[in-house]
Write a protein that binds this ligand. Structure first.
Ligand code: ACO
Length: 355
């Protein structure tokens, strides 16, 4: 059995269109000031219609393969974390496999939403340590725009194809979801992982948790097989395909559970928060990251945030942030890096890695 797994390379892509807070204010009752103040977000990227989660996943995968110096045909396992697959089923893993021109290697989807990346890292690490994968492609990819309840005209306005005023009734409808739609963006981040013989490098441990009792604080009520049929016109008219989010409950959970998980994973690895070179929190809201940072008493230079430029991209936030930090020289070999996230489920957890 291999002692450790490590990340060989990383990369990311975003949706094609950069969308500002002012663009969002054209389709719902919001403002740049409100969004910046409550979430830190200044802009996000949305895909053009026709781009699917698997397309973003493949784009990020190609960049990560390039960065790792690994050919697609060398990949022997694909893991994709997404809550926004192209289809209800199958998952995105097999679509990525086909779009990369690969055949028959195992492809696995996991759906742990905003903690998809930390959960997926544990799966990838276990597969590699057990000798089941030697060059594993792990992707976090999301397209949230499918959730957004805008009409065709609304989309033309948001995407800059039209200057028309949308009807007041439509703006009112969209505004029912304004606390949600302003937060999200479309993107994918990928890593190529494999074994290392160096016992001082790689993933050192995990602290993962779930708690299903508050599921209704953050979930998509429909489509789902709790209903027959699993999706209907009524569901659509009621907006039940749009996530329900009790933002305050999520916020409170995040600023409590994320710091706990960081302490836990450090203790398991026989180290402390003070030894961390960098914390990469899931980018849900800048205020959440600041709350986590405060609870952990970490200085600014030890916590990375980029939600200002991408919004919340769910399973993609951590690999995007990791890639930016690597390319900017903020993570160097030997650095102790902690990833932490919390999201729908609720699922949360932290992963500790020596670069
Ligand atoms: N623009 C303008 N006003 C708004 C907007 C908006 N986009 N959204 C809400 N408001 C208004 C509300 O209507 C409310 O008005 P009222 O006081 O007149 O009733 C006021 O602003 C405050 O609303 P709250 O929802 O209480 O605002 P809050 O300060 O809690 O911020 C937010 C909302 C940003 C959603 C925050 O709660 C948050 O970030 N929560 C966590 C979000 C998160 O992390 N989600 C998880 C990711 S999703 C996943 O895991 C899949």
């Amino acid at each position: 059995m291999q002692a450790y797994s490590r990340i060989y390379g990383s990369g990311f892509v975003t949706g094609e269109r950069k969308v500002s807070n002012a663009d969002m204010a054209k389709v719902c009752d919001t403002s740049d000031e409100w969004i910046r103040e409550r979430s830190g977000i200044q802009e996000r990227f949305f895909v053009n219609e026709g781009t699917a989660t698997s397309d973003l996943a493949v784009g990020a995968a190609k960049k990560a393969l390039d960065d790792a110096g690994v050919k697609a045909e060398e990949i022997d396992y694909i893991v994709v974390a997404t809550m926004t697959p192209d289809y209800y089923f199958p998952g995105v893993g097999s679509l990525v496999q086909a779009k990369l021109g690969l055949t028959s290697i195992p492809a696995l989807d996991i759906r742990q939403q905003c903690s998809g990346f930390v959960y997926g890292l544990q799966v990838a690490d276990a597969l590699i340590r057990a000798g089941q994968a030697k060059k594993l492609l792990f992707i976090g990819a999301e397209i949230h725009t499918g959730f957004m309840p805008f009409s065709k005209q609304g989309w033309d306005v948001v995407m800059g194809r039209s200057d028309a005023e949308i009807p007041q009734s439509e703006k009112e409808w969209n505004s029912k979801f304004r606390h949600l739609v302003v937060l999200f963006g479309d993107a994918a981040g990928a890593v190529v992982m494999g074994p290392t013989d160096d016992p001082k490098r790689g993933l050192l441990g995990f602290a993962l948790h779930s708690e299903g009792k508050n599921v209704e604080a953050l979930y998509v009520p429909s489509a789902g097989f709790a209903y027959r049929p699993y999706f209907s016109d009524e569901h659509f008219k009621e907006g039940r395909g749009v996530p329900v989010m009790d933002g305050r409950t999520v916020f409170k959970m995040a600023v409590t559970k994320m710091p706990e998980a960081v302490h836990e994973v450090c203790a398991k690895a026989g180290t402390t928060v003070d030894d961390l070179h960098l914390l990469i929190p899931h980018q849900a809201n800048l205020r959440i990251s600041e709350g986590v940072q405060k609870a952990l008493k970490l200085p600014d230079e030890k916590v990375y945030n980029n939600i200002q430029r991408f919004g919340n991209t769910t399973a993609a936030t951590i690999p995007i942030a990791y890639d930016e930090c690597k390319k900017a020289g903020r993570i160097k070999q030997g650095d102790l890096v902690c990833f932490v996230g919390l999201g729908a489920g609720f699922h949360w957890g932290a992963a500790l890695m020596r670069e």
